[in-house]
Design a protein around this ligand. Sequence first.
Ligand code: PLP
Length: 227
Amino acid sequence: MNVCERLEEILERIEKACKRASRGSKCAKLLGASKTVSPEVIGEFYNCGLRVYGENRVQEFLKKLEALKDLNIEWHFIGRLQRNKVKYLMNKVVLIHSLDRKNLADEIQKRALKNNIIQEVLIEVNVGGEETKGGVRPENLKELFEYTLKLPNVKVIGLMTIPPYFDNPEEVRPYFEKLRKLRDELQEEYKVSLPHLSMGMSNDFEVAIEEGATIVRIGTLLFGERK
Ligand SMILES: *Cc1c(COP(=O)(O)O)cnc(C)c1O
């Protein structure tokens, strides 16, 4: 299969999952999780129509941004974020998926204010409570969310998660369901709109869409195994 066919097949699977969930055929946006993928390969997928990419490391992102500056790519940041790197993302990424602590929120506020922008973010939730993963614990989510409400240049538009890995995607379903319920609770309690759920990767994106994902982050299935 060539690059464009691979992309088309994934888009079709997304569309089918959206229909199964009765959510309308374009219910979830495909984000290419492009860590370790070269600018040349990103360019090939771009030419097939994929415009949205998410990077995990700031240095790697900045290199690719420079190499691909002539393309109209919608960049997202999906990796763990150190405070001292926030400044490099301003005006370069439309969405930061990995807000998980107050001091990071403070830094985004500071840098966004300096740039006179409102930075959209997702709060990353560690739904599996795994030690090795980033994300705020579910029990601390409300406190962090409430904190962000006081930051005028930081706008939370939803939640993101990286659930525990299972070969069988059905075993991941409860974690996706949990993220959706946490989102629903925040909307209810704070009377806000949190339209986005960033969840689902190569192995489980269809289940994630059935549980309400609006952004699926796919790496391996698009670009092949990472070296
Ligand atoms: C690498 C990565 C993905 C994509 O994972 P695949 O299993 O390769 O599809 C999604 N989200 C994040 C945050 C990642 O780091």
